[in-house]
Ligand binder design. Structure first.
Ligand code: EZ4
Ligand code: CO
Length: 402
């Protein structure tokens, strides 16, 4: 069997997605998600102009060989664009292998290690009451874990608070929206959210929170301490993680579990965080961290160091990425939890899929391969539109992490 055809499908059913489809000479197709939010066309070009010509005629079963051919063969290593492109090829090859062997991808990764993939939903609100109402809605829908984000008094717009419905994820055309930030206001307000959340929801629902890279290590340590009475499942992205040893400061001051890694693209971004046991959950994404092949490597390193997985699963990645995450989460031993934001109906129509939510768990389904298709005709009805994530400024105008 040989790779005979490769195409990059760019569409925007509500938001932009870049999808790679590889097809073999005997007509088996595999899909990979190459979406990099706000920089989509860079990955499309990297694939079309530089990677796809290298795949023609290769044996699609040689997943490990092709991974290293693309990684080492480029000479230029790592980086979000490169790793998203390699990840898309990798996932498409796993999809092809599953279909060729007539078995779901999770069977190729070691088989089902649990009955379903525990997920958490996003409860957002302009104020604490609205956030708690949203959380109660998630619990009613059967979710067993919920992330809470709330507006901060004095700040007109902050991360995690948008339209307030089930489909939160900001995007803007033309120029990025600008949000505002005050660490002082945030640190003062967030403990109140979790105090009231425990009063309203009790202690049986795991609760999560995302600080979205806005704190310094000592600020994060203080927040972690203040949140200890409320038993968080995790505090996410407390600080930007380019400086991995920065997490030592947080770790030495608080027992609140720490999660980080949604912007990581390789094992080298987290090896110190993992081997020094500075975090509890690694959030690297299938699509952005070099595909299933590389994410399994990260998970195996993490397992040795008591770190569990908690993959990023935003709506700005397509159902192809979510399906791949579910096969991974079902099979990997040190799985922790999976982020789950519902895609819009248009996205679900463009990417029909076998995975399903039931009683707080997602299951990837039992179709051979990933169990996701792309309807290219329908995709063509949703053309690409340039879009940006927001940027963030402190109250004095200084650009801050978003
Ligand atoms: O902001 O995926 O935990 N989830 C997140 C996401 C990210 C977006 C960026 O593209 O932090 O909402
Ligand atoms: Co996050």
């Amino acid at each position: 069997m040989r790779i005979a055809d490769a195409e990059v499908i760019v569409c925007s059913p509500g938001r932009n997605f870049v999808t790679l489809r590889l097809t073999t000479d005997d007509g088996i197709s595999g899909l990979g998600d190459a979406t990099l939010n706000g920089r989509e066309l860079a990955v499309a070009s990297y694939l079309n102009d530089h990677v796809l010509p290298l795949l023609d005629g290769r044996d699609p079963f040689l997943i490990e060989d092709i991974w290293h051919f693309l990684y080492k063969g480029a000479y230029w290593r790592r980086g979000p664009v490169t790793m998203a492109a390699i990840g898309a090829v990798d996932v498409a090859l796993w999809d092809i292998k599953g279909k060729a062997l007539d078995t779901p991808v999770y069977n190729l990764l070691g088989g089902q290690a649990r009955e379903g993939v525990l997920v958490y939903g996003h409860a957002n609100g302009l104020d604490i009451d609205a956030t708690l109402q949203a959380a109660a809605r998630y619990v009613d829908m059967g979710y067993r874990a919920v992330r809470l984000q709330t507006g901060i008094p004095g700040l007109p717009a902050v991360y995690g608070v948008g339209r307030g419905d089930l489909f939160y994820e900001p995007t803007s055309q033309d120029m990025p929206d600008e949000e505002s930030w005050s660490t002082e206001a945030y640190l003062h307000h967030v403990p109140k959210l979790f105090a009231q959340a425990r009063d309203a929801l009790g202690y049986n629902v795991p609760l999560l929170h995302d600080a979205h890279h806005r704190l310094t290590p000592i600020e994060a340590a203080r927040l972690g301490q203040r949140l200890e009475p409320y038993d968080l499942f995790w505090l996410e992205d407390a600080v930007p993680a380019e400086l991995q040893e920065g997490f030592r400061i947080i770790r030495s001051h608080t027992t609140t579990p720490l999660a980080v890694g949604e912007v990581f693209n390789s094992i080298h971004d987290c090896q110190q965080l993992i081997t020094e046991q500075l975090i509890d959950f690694i959030r690297a994404t299938v699509a952005h961290a070099g595909g299933l092949t590389h994410l399994v490597r990260i998970a195996h390193l993490a397992e040795l160091h008591h770190v569990r997985t908690g993959c990023h699963g935003p709506v700005d990645l397509s159902p192809v990425n979510l399906a791949a995450s579910l096969h991974f989460g079902l099979a990997v031993h040190n799985f922790g939890i999976q982020e789950y934001m519902r895609h819009t109906e248009d996205t679900d129509r463009v990417f029909p899929h076998a995975y399903a939510f039931d009683d707080g768990y997602l299951h990837p389904g039992d179709r051979p391969g990933l169990g996701v298709d792309v309807d290219t005709e329908l995709a063509a009805a949703f053309p690409y539109r340039r879009a940006y994530l927001p940027v963030n400024r402190k109250l004095d105008g200084t650009v801050h992490s978003w």
